[in-house]
Design a protein around this ligand. Structure first.
Ligand SMILES: NC(=O)c1ccc[n+]([C@@H]2O[C@H](COP(=O)([O-])OP(=O)(O)OC[C@H]3O[C@@H](n4cnc5c(N)ncnc54)[C@H](OP(=O)(O)O)[C@@H]3O)[C@@H](O)[C@H]2O)c1
Length: 317
């Protein structure tokens, strides 16, 4: 497993990050089953783990923290996030200092750890000034509760303002931006976010690199039992099916192009992101999927595949 450096920071993460949304602590609430997924990721060399205070309403952080206790804290990177609503009051959402300071303390407790390696401002909050946001995240770095900060799904304009303010006030800048990215969903290529990150040496991570399963080919002939769509009611999440409706032409083109070169779908999906230095934050509902995905990220694929995939121009945004 290769390590990559996040942007201009000194923080290295494995090129694959295992995410925990909708799986650990949501669908998988048995610690032994969740442990098998995490342990397999560890055995396969993954040392970067992503969660958030809202996944399973704290359940993902609790489960991940409990399982990670068996490993040396120095040997992995733990990322979590705050700003997504976790309650009804104005103090349970957004990026105000009042919410974020409390959110970090709550995450530390659930994760049962002394520090968070990478803490994300999960969404931009236009009701809090960017200066307050930057100062709050810097204060958290000073306190040792978080080591680095990052953003997720921020508009390019807000990223630009944030980096300008940090430069002016000599504050630590966010080292990475995590956005939705896969062959099927390329809006970050078109809304200026990737361009901003490239020109400012900001690390880029892509979440949902398999388009929630569509780019593994699993839905080619319908909805298989045990798949995220089939479990939508049980996990209280029904948006996966929409991904196909919204990105049908690119998903179909991807599957057809992989078939043309007899290329493994999952390998093509993950390597498509890695080739662009957008490091995948993927999910897995079983240890077998973790093994498949790690192997897929390292498989050799025909060079012509990339040219063909890149030649598709009219995808959805
Ligand atoms: N920053 C943000 O705002 C944000 C938002 C969303 C997610 N995330 C992060 O990104 C992570 C990944 O998101 P995601 O789960 O939507 O992405 P994904 O990696 O595109 O999809 C993962 C799902 O696809 C299926 N799958 C994975 N590997 C497979 C394989 N080899 N063969 C067949 N099916 C396979 C599994 O679902 P089934 O087996 O259940 O079908 C798995 O849970 C999350 O866990 C979270 O950490 C961040």
């Amino acid at each position: 497993m290769q390590y990559i450096r996040l942007g201009s920071s000194g923080l290295k993460i494995t090129q694959l990050t295992l995410g925990t949304a909708l799986t650990i602590g949501t669908e998988i609430i048995n610690v032994s089953s969740a442990g098998k997924i995490i342990n397999t990721a560890w055995e396969m060399g993954i040392r970067s783990f992503d969660t958030s205070n809202n996944y399973g309403m704290g359940g993902a952080e609790k489960m991940l923290g409990r399982i990670m206790k068996q490993f040396n804290r120095q040997e992995f990177v733990l990322s979590t996030k705050g700003s997504w609503p976790v309650g009804d009051s104005p103090y349970e959402r957004g990026l105000s200092r009042k919410h974020i300071v409390r959110a970090v303390d709550d995450s530390l407790k659930r994760l049962d750890t002394d520090y968070i390696d990478l803490y994300y401002a999960h969404r931009y909050d236009s009701e809090t000034s960017i200066e307050e946001i930057c100062r709050t995240f810097n204060m958290l770095i000073q306190s040792g509760k978080i080591l680095y900060w990052a953003t997720s799904e921020w508009p390019a304009e807000a990223l630009s303002q944030c980096h300008d303010i940090c430069s002016k006030l000599l504050l630590e800048k966010p080292i990475a931006e995590q956005f939705i990215y896969s062959y099927a969903v390329i809006k970050a290529e078109r809304n200026g976010v990737i361009d901003f990150c490239r020109s400012h040496d900001v690390g880029t991570l892509g979440f949902s690199p398999l388009c929630q399963g569509f780019l593994t080919g699993k839905y080619k002939s319908g909805i298989p039992e045990g798949s995220r769509i089939s479990k939508s009611r049980a996990i209280n999440y029904d948006k996966t099916a929409n991904f196909y409706a919204q990105n049908k032409s690119r998903i179909d083109y991807f599957i057809d192009t992989c078939d043309k070169y007899n290329a493994d779908y999952t390998a093509a999906a993950l390597q498509y992101c890695i080739n662009k230095n957008i490091y995948p934050v993927f999910g897995a509902s079983s240890p077998e999927q973790v093994i498949m995905n790690v192997k897929a990220s390292e498989e050799t694929l025909p060079g012509k595949l990339w040219k063909d995939l890149d030649s598709y121009e009219t995808g959805s945004i």
